[in-house]
Design a protein around this ligand. Structure first.
Ligand code: NAG
Ligand code: CA
Ligand code: CA
Length: 207
């Protein structure tokens, strides 16, 4: 009887007696676990996004390096050609007559060299002096003593100083211009000489 009476009393007493403490504890636990859960959730979502960002950064860096590598592979001039002031030059290792030299250059998408500047002239003259007689893209085949470049432009007076002394002399019909020693000479077009082809350099990034 006593135990039966106590039981229903204990229930409400227990609840009432310890009523405030568990509620506060429950609240504290709720707040604590909510905070913990939030922290875990933040970690769970933050870590992959951080890794995602660093992965992106890694790929970006690799792409920059790859582009730099490709840029280094880009060459302003073909292999075996020499780059000078924005143009590419091919210095032949064999010899041909003037007409065949014109053709040889055309076949590589270039022109038998047309000289446009004094720097270029001095550069080509020096190389040819060390090598031997070398054709340039200039002749008076159309009209004797009227010199034209293969691009159709006339020989400008500013460049006439490059003729060697007493040249051009048209000795026994000489209609093609060559590098000869320190300057130019008109020579028989059938003679086999070295030749120089010229074409514009390709534009490469950061070069
Ligand atoms: C140039 O050389 C080629 C090949 O040897 C020859 O066929 C051609 O007739 C020559 N041209 C001149 C103008 O000498
Ligand atoms: Ca001539
Ligand atoms: Ca001559």
């Amino acid at each position: 009887m006593t135990e039966e009476m106590k039981e229903p009393q204990l229930g409400p007493l227990g609840c009432l007696g310890r009523g405030h403490t568990p509620l506060v504890l429950k609240l504290l636990f709720f707040i604590f676990f909510s905070g913990l859960l939030l922290a875990i959730l933040i970690q769970v979502f933050k870590v992959p996004s951080d890794q995602g960002q660093s992965k992106q950064e890694e790929i970006y860096q690799e792409m920059i390096q790859l582009k730099a590598g490709v840029d280094r592979l880009c060459r302003p001039c073909p292999w075996d050609w020499t780059s000078f002031l924005g143009n590419c030059y091919f210095f032949s290792k064999s010899t041909r007559n003037w007409t065949d030299s014109v053709i040889a250059c055309k076949e590589t998408g270039a022109q038998l060299v047309v000289i446009k500047s004094h720097e270029e002239q001095n550069f080509l003259q020096l190389i040819s002096k060390n090598k031997g007689h070398t054709w340039m893209g200039m002749s008076d085949l159309n009209t004797e003593a009227t010199w034209h470049w293969v691009d159709g432009s006339p020989l400008l007076p500013a460049f006439m100083k490059y003729w060697n002394p007493q040249e051009p002399n048209n000795l026994g019909e000489e209609d093609c211009a060559e590098f000869d020693g320190n300057g130019w000479n008109d020579d028989n077009c059938d003679v086999n000489n070295f030749w120089i082809c010229k074409k514009p350099a390709a534009s490469c990034p950061n070069q």
